[in-house]
Design a protein around this ligand. Structure first.
Ligand code: CAO
Length: 417
């Protein structure tokens, strides 16, 4: 049984952050009704297109399991329909630029008047403060949330990461807020406002870097490579290259074939309890007893030399051979997997994490399925809707409009041609 069966989501989201949230809710079984502008729709339908006149992968991969209704929220008749949707649905989710829904006449006060049980969930770039009116995209959030200043190499510029922690990350945060508010509504009978700012979401994911910021006032960060390299620390958490985040030193090391394969690398962690096994594997058994290497503290100022030595060994093996040798010894290692390798990985297909979907105009494509697995409520990934594919169905079945009324709505231009 679908866990969120019966929950109706009025989905006013677009681009990536909001759609990530409502897609998750749809996978958990909610009925997600995506409202799109007639004739235009979510702007991503037409962005980064790989096939002419076909919804882009950007759109299809973020809007599975939803229904699409076209509706002009600025048209009088459209507003009437929208009001009916607000009355009928449990949750409204939006990630417009600040103030857009208020300008349309559907601010929080109005929503509460129409439906006091409604949960009104929003993503914005920033919370209240100096930047609250700004429009924000992924990389802006990564920069403003502390990720960019702490990513990259010490001697290079700040870096953004390929993981969409600003958009998809904040969508995830919002989804948690929504189900929490739904749980609360079960007991209180009242809806509430749920807000997630992208800056806050990124900072939440960068929590350990704020930890390090405070540790800095008590001395150098000894697990950072720069400590062993005698490079002084400044007054803010520095970029740490590929250093591992915690107290278990790690680094990305070259493997066999790295000269031609950009992903022939492995992440290698020198976890303290298995130090002896590492020494044996890399041919340095003498390091086990040598006081200069035997303890984690003694090793801290030699990490660069230690990883160079381990790399001399990993360079003689493929990343998968390193995995095969190290995993039985409990040495934590992780291959650098390319998107190509992930797309072809059978175990990810078997668990439904990578799914092949069929689309009427695109044909077959791959997507990432629900990464959160519920034992009694498996997610069945269904293709994204075409623009306005369910307009009549929703007007009729969800809102109870009759044929004549639908004709009248159509004539007003509220749902397009
Ligand atoms: N009917 C009528 N009008 C509609 C409509 C509908 N169904 N759907 C959208 N619109 C209107 C909005 O009301 C808005 O009109 P006004 O500006 O007149 O109020 C207009 O379309 C454009 O909305 P927008 O400003 O949100 O869109 P944009 O492309 O200019 O900006 C973005 C995009 C993402 C920068 C902005 O929405 C934003 O900052 N969102 C919050 C943060 C966020 O989620 N960012 C991540 C996006 S993913 O990278």
């Amino acid at each position: 049984m679908e866990a969120l069966k019966g929950v109706k989501i009025l989905d006013f989201t677009h681009v990536q952050s909001g759609p990530t949230c409502t897609q998750l809710l749809a996978w958990f079984g909610a009925d997600v009704i995506k409202v799109e502008r007639p004739g235009i729709g979510d702007i991503t339908r037409g962005q980064l297109r790989d096939i002419p006149d076909v919804d882009s992968l950007y759109f299809t991969m973020l809007n599975h399991n939803k229904r699409s209704i076209t509706l002009n929220g600025k048209n009088e008749k459209g507003k009437e329909v929208l009001e009916r949707l607000v009355k009928t649905c449990d949750v409204l989710v939006e990630n417009f630029a600040p103030g857009a829904l208020d300008r349309m006449g559907f601010g929080w006060d109005r929503i509460q008047e129409i439906n006091p049980r409604m949960i009104y969930a929003s993503i914005k770039g920033f919370g209240p403060g100096p930047f609250e009116d700004c429009k924000v995209y992924e990389n802006v959030a990564q920069c403003a949330g502390g990720a960019a200043s702490t990513t990259g190499f010490l001697d290079g510029p700040p870096l953004v990461t390929g993981a969409q922690i600003g958009d998809s990350g904040t969508g995830l945060h919002l989804a948690l807020g929504i189900v929490t508010a739904l749980f609360h509504r079960e007991r209180s009978g009242k809806g509430q406002r749920v807000q997630a700012a992208m800056q806050d979401g990124v900072l939440n994911l960068c929590r350990v870097k704020l930890r390090d910021q405070q540790r800095l006032t008590h001395g150098p960060l000894t697990e950072y490579s720069q400590y062993g390299q005698d490079i002084p620390f400044g007054d803010a958490t520095p970029r740490a290259g590929n250093d591992s985040g915690g107290g278990q030193p790690g680094w990305i090391l070259k493997c066999k074939g790295y000269e031609t394969d950009p992903n022939a690398y492995i992440y290698f962690i020198t976890q303290a309890p298995i130090w002896g096994k590492i020494c044996d594997v890399i041919g340095k058994p003498e390091w086990k007893e040598d006081p200069e290497y035997a303890t984690p503290n003694a090793r801290l100022n030699k990490l660069t030399h230690i990883f160079d030595t381990i790399e001399a060994w990993t360079k003689t093996k493929t990343k998968f051979e390193v995995m095969d040798i190290c995993n039985p010894l409990d040495i934590p290692v992780g291959p650098i997997l390319s998107m190509k390798e992930l797309a072809e990985e059978q175990s990810l297909r078997d668990t439904g994490t990578v799914v092949e979907v069929d689309h009427p105009t695109r044909g077959k494509y791959l997507t990432v399925g629900n990464p959160v697995k519920l034992s009694d409520s498996p997610a069945d990934v269904k293709r994204s809707p075409l623009l306005g594919e369910h307009t009549e169905e929703i007007l009729e079945q969800v809102l109870g409009y009759g044929t004549d009324e639908i004709e009248e709505i159509r004539k007003s231009g509220a749902i397009g041609d």
